[in-house]
Structures are given as structure tokens and as C-alpha cells.
Design a protein around this ligand. Sequence first.
Ligand code: ATP
Ligand code: PRP
Length: 214
Amino acid sequence: MPALTIALSKGRLLDETLPLLARAGVIPVEDPNASRKLIVATSHAAVSLVVLRATDVPTYVQYGAADLGVAGKDVLLEHGNEGLYQPLDLRIGLCRLVVATRRDYDWRGSVQRGGRIRVATKYVRTAREHFAAKGMHVDLIHLYGSMELAPLVGLADAIVDLVDTGNTLRANRLRVVEEIMPVSSRLIVNPASLKLQRAAIAPLIEAFRKASHG
Ligand code: ATP
Ligand code: PRP
């Protein structure tokens, strides 16, 4: 049987992905959260897992270093979607991409005045497209994490970040001022792998479809 590699994000998304994989018949032989191994074999003879930083998953699949992957729509849009087949919304990692500011910041007033607004984000490409579509000029500051801190210390007027429960925003006295899009995680597939290994990959996609859509 041909060998297939699935790229997964470590961290919070892994906890939601593993039960879904199990329902699709793919169970790691050791806990990827606990193991220091980078390549993990599974109960499925043809499938192994690689566990990566979320933002690296599309890159591995695009270049065929992994045949399939699970990645958030946020990460996929930022990556640019080139060279990736996206057959399935897995309905996990549900959250929203939003614009948020300090509660006492007059976002609407600043936008109406057309003043220069500073926005900190990990999602520079998506944020640029969002504000350009609204005809707004913003200065984007690229951060790699803890975006919520930026408005509190005067680094930025606003952030573009993910929100789920809203707890992080509340804890930092921030509020949502614009919704950009809902986010969920997608199954991604390398198109060449699909072509060459269709007999192995098509049933896996089908198993994922059943596992995620009940
Ligand atoms: P790294 O720490 O390696 O930079 P990251 O912080 O972006 O990665 P996570 O926070 O684990 O990684 O997020 C991975 C994916 O999970 C995101 O791309 C997004 O699609 C989804 N996600 C992130 N935060 C939430 C959340 N609060 N609720 C639901 N899904 C989320
Ligand atoms: C994500 C996101 C927010 C938080 C939102 O961060 O960047 O900070 O979740 O979730 P909430 O609305 O339920 O509070 P995460 O916890 O993944 O940490 P990170 O900063 O390491 O990305």
C-alpha cells in the first residue's frame, strides 16, 4: 500500500482533530501531544502523521511533503491557497476573525474621520484585503502572538484576531468592532498526491466526510 502523510497543527486544534481522525479510522500509535517524535505512525497501515505549527501545515501539503492536512481557514487565506485542493469543511476549530479595539476607543469616529489607524495582527494579508475592500487606509503591524496586548500598551489602535468565547477580549477590556469572517478548519490535499494515489486518498476523504458531517 502507498504511504500517506497527514499534516496536523499542534496545540488546540490537535485536540479537536484527533477524535475526528479516530472516527475516520486513523488512530496514532502514540499520543502526538506527549511524544517528541515528529512523525507518528497510526493504526491505519498506510497513514502517518506529522505534527507542525499551524502556519506550516499548508506549506507541507503544497510541496507534497505531506499528502493531506488539516488547517484553519484563517491560516489558508493567509497562505494564499496556491496548490491546495480543499474538499472538506471539517467543522472543527470554530471561531471568528474580527477587528477589536479597547472599549474606550472610538473606532467608528476614527474610521469616519479617515485618520490613519494602526492595526496589529498575525493575519497581515487577510487584514490588508479586508480594509482595502472597505477603502480604508490602515498601517498594519505584524505580530506573531498575544495580539490583545497591542492596544493596551499603545502599539496599535486595533487588532485583527480570532475570537471564540470572547474570554480573551473580555479579560483585556477589548471589544469586537467588526466581524471579518467565520473560521473553521478544512481538509487540504496535495493535487498531485490525489492524482497519483487516488485509490488510497479518496476513501480517506470519504471517511473524513462521514466523520465530520455525522
Ligand atoms: P502558533 O502558536 O504555533 O503560532 P497558533 O497560536 O496560531 O500557532 P493555535 O492558536 O493553536 O495556533 O490555532 C490553530 C488554529 O486553530 C487556528 O489557525 C484557528 O483556525 C484555530 N483556532 C485558534 N484559536 C481558536 C479558538 N479560540 N477557538 C477555536 N479555534 C481556534
Ligand atoms: C486564540 C486567539 C485568541 C483566543 C480567542 O489564541 O488568538 O487569543 O484564542 O479565544 P477566546 O475568544 O475563546 O478567548 P490561543 O488561545 O490559541 O493562543 P495563542 O495566542 O497562542 O494563539
